[in-house]
Design a protein. Structure first.
Length: 234
């Protein structure tokens, strides 16, 4: 059972009224393939609106990098770093070169749309003086506006999520480590029968204890989990 942490209300909420970015753009991009139903814009050298699944439905306001060194330095990508932009021919992607006015570091950012999936890819390479880069911390600042809006969003932190990830990779490790030893003792057929029995036991466990959450909102799931009722009753 997931244990939710926090009171779901961010300090200072709901915050400023959500707005869109300016109309001055450096570029517009998409994929050549019909499979990549995503469009993006670039303004002030950063990724601005991302549209999906149609060209009239923006899902994000902008995304940029922030830099600090823990000793008073703070730089915002779009305000504090100069830039140059060029097309990555023959694609509709862009290469953006940015530099610190003091000459301490620079970075190159490449933005392109995935041709087979609705995904915008960003590759970034940071260069500079080694001693300076060791102290430099980089953060990503993203302003999502899901379904053409940036207000009324919510989120939660569930302690069980990390448990699921650890369990998944842990079981993969167990199979990898034991497979050859089991084959040597039980043979091919015996090993796969053993794995099959474990899979059946897991199916029974999930069927009896794991709730079906399809069609349920996060609020409904949280309220039910907090009620202490049996998970399968959800």
């Amino acid at each position: 059972m997931a244990h939710f942490r926090g009171n779901r209300s961010a300090s200072g909420g709901p915050g400023d009224e959500p707005r869109w970015t300016g109309a001055a753009k450096d570029g517009v991009g998409t994929a050549h393939s019909m499979g990549g139903r995503v469009w993006f814009t670039i303004g002030q050298g950063i990724l601005t609106e991302v549209y999906y699944p149609t060209i009239d439905r923006p899902q994000m306001r902008n995304m940029e990098f922030l830099f600090c060194d823990g000793n008073g330095l703070f730089l915002e990508e779009k305000r504090d770093l100069g830039y140059q932009i060029e097309r990555i021919l023959p694609s509709q992607g862009y290469r953006i070169s940015r530099h610190d006015s003091a000459g301490r570091f620079s970075f190159v950012k490449e933005i392109i749309a995935e041709p087979a999936r609705p995904c915008v890819l960003i590759h970034t390479k940071l260069e500079g003086k080694r001693d300076f880069l060791k102290k430099l911390k980089t953060y990503v600042l993203c302003a999502p506006h899901l379904e053409v809006g940036g207000d009324g969003n919510n989120a939660y932190v569930a302690a069980a999520m990390s448990t699921v990830t650890v369990t998944n990779w842990g079981m993969n490790l167990v199979v990898s480590v034991t497979f050859l030893s089991l084959v040597a003792v039980l043979g091919d057929a015996g090993t796969f029968w053993l794995y099959g029995i474990i899979a059946i036991a897991a199916w029974i466990f999930f069927y009896r204890l794991v709730p079906e959450t399809n069609g349920k909102t996060l609020e409904q799931i949280e309220a039910y989990m907090r009620s202490g009722k049996h998970p399968r009753g959800l």
